[in-house]
Write a protein that binds this ligand. Sequence first.
Ligand SMILES: Nc1ncnc2c1ncn2[C@@H]1O[C@H](COP(=O)(O)OP(=O)(O)O)[C@@H](O)[C@H]1O
Ligand SMILES: [Mg+2]
Length: 277
Amino acid sequence: MPPGAALVEIHDATIYRGSTCVFKNLNLNINQHEQTAILGPNGAGKTTLLKLINREIYPVAKKHSWVKLLGRESWNVWDLRSQIGIVSDDLQSRYLRTTTGLDVVLSGFLSSIGTHGSLAKRITDIQRERARDIMLDLGVEKNANVPLRRMSTGQQRRCLLARALVHNPSTLILDEPTAGLDLAASFAYMGRIRRLVREGRNIVLVTHHLNEIPPDIGRVILLRQGRIIADGPKHEVLTVENLVATFDTPLRLQTIDDYYLAYPEEHRTAGRTVPKT
Ligand SMILES: Nc1ncnc2c1ncn2[C@@H]1O[C@H](COP(=O)(O)OP(=O)(O)O)[C@@H](O)[C@H]1O
Ligand SMILES: [Mg+2]
């Protein structure tokens, strides 16, 4: 990789999902170690953007349009998978409910869903040991032989994070990693993300919850209907004005330490609080 190359460089990209044009002439650069969160309403294009970075989808081919990852436009899928780890609900839901925790983690080595059939033979003892070490580190070692259907959502999500880490990737792409987790599990998950940042990894995080943006995230991109509404340092982007323009709902905003919290704008009348309509 060229020294100092941007994590991702998107130039004039037009991207379709099916017949829907999600992004038209998108320009976006994310540098390494910028630690970025992407926020926006459902359907804004967040997952599409992550899939573009991860090369699961490609822009319309045209002159002077490109998507470079770590300075390169073309990637061998195996090299790419060792650079980027992914956690998403989408990926989680593609696993059979009978797949065991260890198989979920091992499947990361094969960039597959599960390790069934002849693929399982390609797993080495060293890989198995590495998978168990990561599971131990993430506190899911007891789930090695447990099928997904018997794990809590938090345990499933940790197995998926372990899967993403098997290649020790420099970058982690997290698409709503706390979706479906209870408070304790999502806080614990955030703690892990913070640790991964401190280890020097790049994080690109999509979330719906302002309070789940770890303080380590420095840059925020607000998306709505395939357009970038605001992009820059977190404290400049996370304003009431920008959030209202993005989510189209009246809200108030509070900052506690380096965390942000959005809550509904309400009228106060004679001791009662009524939602504004
Ligand atoms: N596989 C698909 N086929 C057709 N349209 C899709 C597909 N996936 C997503 N879309 C459309 O693309 C747009 C962006 O979706 P997505 O990137 O998933 O948004 P977000 O992650 O922000 O909720 C939406 O209008 C959605 O309906
Ligand atoms: Mg999405």
